[in-house]
Write a protein that binds this ligand. Structure first.
Ligand code: IPM
Ligand code: MG
Length: 358
């Protein structure tokens, strides 16, 4: 199979972790007889530095022309003073929107070798955790109308709006139900229907759509404040968790930490075509950038998800996942997942060891 992959390394630790993932992809291609080509493109803070904007038109064009996109992370203190639409994060939101990637899937699983890394008591995690967060990615408050004004009555004021249409809710419900069908057939839909109008439409639509198209899937509603509590109280109760853009952003970080390290979690963003965007769920970690101590595993897993979900390469996905498991089982750890008796290595060596296991 020949595939062309756009690589948006981004800022902070982005370049180190994507380099590791590309190495693992190359090794996988050799082993399985594929040809992957890689095209580095600027997005985020590095694009602001190079051409004055976070998402150059050339990057969008080339991403749309590629078979899939691998992303590191964007942002950093250097660009924090910029206005909203000029920030590195605007580049990320822009590429999600431009590629129509409304479906963000973030599996938070507890790796056997890392059971001790979870901050939760052992009895809460000993039966394993695997929460698949399905986050709506191109709507809601992230993309709603916003503004600022100053007047005599209110003083300086800022506002954002959360808006969802039935069509937007239906298509993400379909993704969650499809996933649930291959698993427990249970979806927990998270909203704030006791307060928000958009959540009441969300709840009604999820039920109507699922009843009509997925009668075999059970939908349970949960308010977002309760969901935040339940994720730490009893994470094993969750399988597929369906929610809006902002709630998904927040709950996926929480689910990640419950499983041990945010450095282990990958995500896929897809729309109606196989061309997706794959990234770790963590940020650019500017404080540790360039020191070869970041954990490349989330990005390597994101690359594996690309093979499975965009290219249909299921055995290749499994080979990478197994390579990660074996490397962890040998005791190799980056600093974020280090524990007593384990062997500390850097980003580069972790990626090299995983590649060797393919
Ligand atoms: C994520 C990140 C982004 C988001 C930021 C960097 C804009 O937190 O992918 O979870 O909020 O979507
Ligand atoms: Mg986030």
């Amino acid at each position: 199979m020949n595939r062309h992959i756009a690589v948006l390394a981004g800022d902070g630790i982005g370049p180190e972790i994507t380099e590791g993932a590309v190495q693992v992809l190359q090794r996988t291609a050799e082993k399985f007889g594929h040809t992957f080509t890689f095209e580095p493109l600027a997005m985020g803070g590095c694009a602001i530095d190079a051409c004055g904007e976070p998402l150059p038109a050339h990057t969008v064009e080339r991403c749309l022309a590629s078979d899939s996109v691998l992303l590191g992370a964007v942002g950093g203190p250097k660009w924090d003073g910029l206005s909203g639409d000029k920030r590195p994060e605007a580049g990320l939101l822009g590429i999600r929107k431009a590629m129509g990637l409304y479906s963000n899937v973030r599996p938070a699983k507890l790796w056997k070798a890392l059971a001790d890394a979870s901050p939760l008591k052992r009895n809460l995690v000993e039966n394993g955790i695997e929460i698949i967060v399905v986050r709506e990615l191109t709507g809601g408050i992230y993309f709603g109308k916003r503004g600022t004004f100053t007047d005599d009555a209110m003083g300086e004021t800022a506002w954002d709006t959360e808006q969802y249409s039935v069509a937007e809710i239906e298509r993400i419900t379909r993704i969650a139900c499809e996933l649930a069908r291959g698993r427990s057939k249970r979806v927990v839909s998270v909203d704030k229907a006791n307060v928000l109008e958009s959540s009441r439409l969300w709840r009604r639509t999820v039920h109507t759509y699922a009843q009509t198209h997925y009668p075999d899937v059970t939908i349970t509603d949960m308010l977002v404040d309760n969901a935040a509590m339940q994720i730490v109280k009893n994470p094993a109760q969750f399988d597929v968790l369906l929610t809006s853009n902002m709630f998904g952003d927040i709950l996926s970080d929480e689910a990640a930490q419950v499983t041990g390290s945010i450095g282990m979690l990958a995500s896929s963003s897809l729309g109606d075509t196989p061309c997706g965007l794959y990234e770790p769920i963590h940020g650019s970690a500017p404080d540790i950038a360039g020191r070869d101590i970041a954990n490349p595993i989330a990005t390597i897993l994101a690359a594996a998800m690309m093979l499975r979900d965009s290219f249909g390469l299921i055995a290749e996905y499994a080979a990478i996942e197994r390579a990660i498991e074996e490397t962890l089982a040998e005791g190799w750890r980056t600093a974020d997942i280090m524990s007593d008796g384990m062997r500390l290595i850097g980003c580069r060596e972790m990626a090299r060891r995983i590649a060797e296991h393919i």
